[in-house]
Design a protein around this ligand. Structure first.
Ligand SMILES: NC(=O)c1ccc[n+]([C@@H]2O[C@H](COP(=O)([O-])OP(=O)(O)OC[C@H]3O[C@@H](n4cnc5c(N)ncnc54)[C@H](O)[C@@H]3O)[C@@H](O)[C@H]2O)c1
Length: 253
C-alpha cells in the first residue's frame, strides 16, 4: 500500500523546477495529481508532457489545469472542475511563486504588487477555494512553499522576502482556524535549491556567496523539497500543524 493511494493532490505552478518533482513524488507514492499551470509560453505543452510522463511511469489518473492563481474566479473555476473530475482535493501544495529582485529603495510599486499578488494573494485564493470541501470532509493538508529568505531576509529580495514571511503568518492563522476539522496547514522553507528560480542566479554568485553560507556545502536538490512536502502531506505528520520546516542544508540555523 503506497502512502498516497486514493488521495488527490493539487500542486500549483507545477510545471516549474520544484513543482514537477513534487508531482513525480506524489504520483510515485500512489496519488492522483492535479497539475496547475499558468498558460503562458510553452507551459500548456509542458504540463501535458508532465501528465503524460506521470501516467506512463506510475499509472493512475493525473490531469492538468490552466489557471492564473492571481485571478480568484479562475481559481474557483479550476477547483470546481477538479472536484467534478476527482470528487475531492485532499492535499493542496501552494507551490507557484515568482521573484523580482530589487533592493528596498528601488522596488517599483508595480513589481512589489506583482510578487505579492502571486506569492501571497494567489496562495490565499487557492487555499480559500479548497477549504470548504476539506472542512466538509474533515480532512485536508495544505502545504505552502515559503523560503528561508522569508525567515532571514536576503539582500535585493524585498518583495519576495515580504511575501514569503507573510505566508508563514497566513498559514499559522489558517492552521488555527481549521485544526478542529482534521486539516493541517504547514510551510516548507527551502534554502537554495539547484532548480527553478535558482537557475537564473549567476554561477559566480552561487559559488562565492551562496555556497559558503550553507554548512552542508552544496545546493539542495528538488527532491529534497518534494520529500519534505510529501512528509507534511502524509499521515506521519498528522499531528503537525502551523509548522515551518526548513530544508536548507543548515543555512538558516
Ligand atoms: N528554487 C529555489 O531555490 C527556491 C527556494 C525557496 C523557495 N522556493 C519556492 O518554491 C516554489 C517553486 O519555485 P521553483 O524554484 O520551482 O520556481 P519556478 O519558477 O520553476 O516555478 C514556479 C512556478 O510558478 C508558476 N506561476 C507563476 N505565476 C503563476 C500564476 N499567477 N499562476 C499559476 N502559476 C504561476 C510558474 O509558471 C512556474 O511554473 C516557489 O514558491 C518559490 O518561491 C524556491
Amino acid at each position: 500500500m503506497k502512502r498516497f493511494n486514493g488521495k488527490v493532490v493539487l500542486i500549483t505552478g507545477a510545471v516549474g523546477g520544484l513543482g514537477s518533482e513534487q508531482c513525480r513524488v506524489f504520483a510515485e507514492e500512489g496519488a492522483s495529481v492535479a497539475v496547475n499551470y499558468l498558460d503562458i509560453g510553452n507551459f500548456a505543452e509542458e504540463a501535458a508532457k508532465l501528465v503524460h510522463s506521470l501516467k506512463e511511469n506510475y499509472g493512475g489518473d493525473h490531469q492538468c489545469y490552466s489557471a492564473d492563481i492571481t485571478d480568484e474566479d479562475a481559481v474557483k473555476n479550476m477547483i470546481k472542475i477538479i472536484h467534478s473530475h476527482f470528487g475531492k482535493i485532499d492535499v493542496l501544495v501552494n507551490n507557484a511563486g515568482i521573484s523580482i529582485n530589487a533592493v528596498s529603495w528601488e522596488i517599483s510599486a508595480e513589481n512589489w504588487s506583482k510578487v505579492l499578488a502571486v506569492n501571497l494573494t494567489g496562495t490565499l485564493y487557492c487555499s480559500k477555494a479548497v477549504l470548504p470541501g476539506m472542512r466538509e470532509r474533515r480532512y485536508g493538508r495544505i502545504i505552502c512553499l515559503s523560503s528561508v529568505v522569508g525567515l532571514s531576509g536576503a539582500r535585493g529580495t524585498v518583495a519576495y522576502a515580504a511575501s514569503k514571511a507573510a505566508l508563514i503568518g497566513m498559514s499559522k492563522t489558517m492552521a488555527r482556524e481549521v485544526a478542529n476539522r482534521g486539516i493541517t496547514v504547514n510551510c516548507v522553507a527551502p534554502g537554495y535549491i539547484d532548480a527553478g528560480i535558482m537557475s537564473d542566479v549567476p554561477d559566480k554568485f552561487k559559488t562565492e556567496t551562496v555556497l559558503p553560507s550553507i554548512p552542508m556545502g552544496r545546493l539542495g536538490e528538488a527532491t529534497d523539497i518534494a520529500r519534505a512536502v510529501a512528509f507534511l502531506a502524509s499521515d506521519d505528520a498528522k499531528y503537525i500543524t502551523g509548522e515551518v520546516l526548513r530544508v536548507d542544508g543548515g543555512h538558516s540555523m
